[in-house]
Design a protein around this ligand. Structure first.
Ligand code: UD1
Ligand code: MG
Length: 496
């Protein structure tokens, strides 16, 4: 492919997207169903944009009220033409061409439901079109089972003579295994002239775009084919079985790319990585990992098993296992999981740790800070090296509004504490286990905010006489020894 082919844009791409998609059995437009985390229409638009069209026109009809707003989101520069009644592919292109107005040059036609079609293939087809000096070039493929497709008719000298639809084909024509993908480059004037002469005198009573090729040939225009070996690029999605196949194939391609670039994928069958994800060298993905959105993973990080990350940044050397994270940032060498839940705005510094059954929302953990077990941290800023004891809850919500909490650098929050926001716990301070903290704590202080322990002598003998507990108490008193290794501090530890 010459440079000029890649740099010279085409006049327009028309994406056909008006069809019913009834076999999806869905209330959603077929084009909004996702492959590799992106709608089918999004894939079609991306491929189209690869040939840098001056204008991008999408022909909408069925469920246009869903398709048009989605298109505006993914491609604000695209325009739509409405095909109110679906009278065939020729009629659909007519609608698109009419909306483009007085256009000259090359018009590429594609479908909205062929998600694996790549921009490179369109570029190569346009390149062939220019090199051969064609008026029309059609993208074709040779397939094992051509049933249902239009067949490419070639003359004895191999030039393309036209296309015959499966339903209109005779036995000999049905034996042809070269199929029409439905993707073409047209000279705008040839296309316009051909469309004007279409008649619906065929098995389906439709205006066939495919008939334009025969008409142009009859007029002496050059019609050619560009054949691809990658059959997936010509395959449309009509039902959810095909949708699953397409998802699996795209995922396989994405994973293969990452593996070739230095990522270990232990079980490709249960690992799903969407197209926008970027993975560093020596990343390991364990079984059951899903990486969605614009997730990034730094060199040497280990993800999974059983982990789903969406729009999350993972630093180099981090470990993230059995975790759900959305819009979170996990610093280098941080350790997350198992069973952790990072919600939007969770930011973990270098070497920080979030452990089992810990939920973090809109909170920052400084470098080396740890919340290892059973905690909720919301709207909190945890300083570097601070330790959040097991079962600590940040009570950030009073039923009306949410408030911030700060735990300073190298501070230590004892297990089972409740930090009632807003509260500011200074650097270098301690919270006694089981405290409910409502007031600020100064540097170097120990805050104790709980009832003091009271031991009632003889209670078991009086209130639980005859139980196995009383028997154990009697034995222990007779032996007279504390449990080995446990210091029995009867002074109380509160030091207050
Ligand atoms: C069409 C081709 C066939 C080709 C096949 C490849 C024609 C006549 N036939 O057949 O040669 O092998 O695609 O998949 O072109 N659409 C509209 N409006 C309409 C009709 C269709 O927008 O009135 C859109 C559909 O949404 C779809 C595309 O055009 O994206 C193809 O339509 P479809 O009905 O699937 O065409 P086929 O009969 O499969
Ligand atoms: Mg079809």
């Amino acid at each position: 492919m010459s440079d000029s082919v890649q740099t010279q844009s085409v006049a327009a791409v028309i994406i056909l997207a008006a069809g019913g998609g009834t076999r999806m059995k869905s209330n959603r437009s077929k084009l909004l169903h996702e492959v590799g985390g992106r709608s089918m229409l999004d894939w079609a638009v991306r491929a189209a944009e690869g040939v840098r069209p001056e204008r991008l026109m999408v022909v909408v009809g069925h469920l246009a009220d869903q398709v048009t707003p989605h298109l505006q989101e993914i491609a604000p520069e695209a325009a739509t033409a409405t095909q109110a009644e679906q009278r065939g592919t020729g009629h659909a292109v007519e609608c698109g061409l009419a909306a483009l107005g007085e256009i000259t040059g090359e018009v590429v036609v594609t479908y909205g439901d062929v998600p694996l079609l790549a921009a490179d293939t369109l570029l190569a087809m346009v390149g062939e079109h220019r090199a051969a000096g064609n008026a029309i070039t059609v993208l074709t493929a040779r397939v094992p089972d051509p049933t249902g497709y239009g067949r490419i008719l070639r003359d004895a000298d191999d030039t393309v003579a036209g296309i015959v639809e499966h339903k209109d084909a005779d036995e000999t024509q049905r034996g042809i295994d070269e199929i029409n993908s439905g993707i073409y480059v047209f000279d705008a004037a040839v296309l316009r002239a051909g469309l004007a002469r279409l008649e619906g005198d065929n098995a389906q009573g439709e205006l066939y775009l495919t008939d334009v090729l025969g008409i142009a040939r009859g007029d002496g225009d050059r019609v050619g084919a560009y054949r691809t070996d990658d059959l997936w690029q010509t395959e449309g999605v009509n039902d959810r079985v095909q949708l699953a196949r397409m998802n699996a194939e795209l995922n396989r391609r994405i994973l293969e790319g990452h593996m070739r670039a230095g990522v270990t994928v232990l079980d490709p069958a249960t690992t799903w990585v969407s197209d926008d994800v970027s993975l560093g060298t020596d990343v390991t993905l364990h079984p059951g990992t899903t990486l969605a959105g614009a997730t990034t993973v730094g060199d040497g990080a280990e993800i999974g098993p059983d982990t789903r990350l969406r729009d999350t940044a993972v630093g180099a050397g981090a470990t993230v296992l059995r975790t759900e994270a959305n819009l979170a940032t996990i610093g280098p060498r941080a350790v997350v999981g198992p069973f952790s839940y990072l919600r939007p705005g969770a930011e973990l510094g270098e070497g920080a740790k979030v452990g089992a059954f810990v939920e973090v929302k809109a909170s920052t953990l400084g470098p080396g800070a740890k919340a290892p077990h059973l905690s909720y941290l919301g709207d909190a800023t945890i300083g570097a090296g601070a330790n959040i004891g097991a079962g600590t809850i940040v009570a950030n919500y009073d039923g009306v509004a949410k408030y911030p909490t700060v735990v300073g650098e190298a501070s230590f929050v004892g297990s089972g504490s409740v930090l009632v926001a807003p509260v500011d716990i200074a650097d270098g301070s301690y919270i006694a286990a089981g405290s409910t903290v409502t007031d600020g704590v100064e540097p170097g202080q120990l805050a104790v905010a709980r009832g003091r322990q009271r031991n009632v002598d003889g209670w078991v003998a009086r209130r639980r006489a005859g139980t196995r507990t009383e028997a154990a108490a009697d034995r222990a008193r007779a032996a007279g020894t504390p449990h080995p290794g446990v210091e029995r501090d009867t002074d109380g530890r509160d030091e207050s």
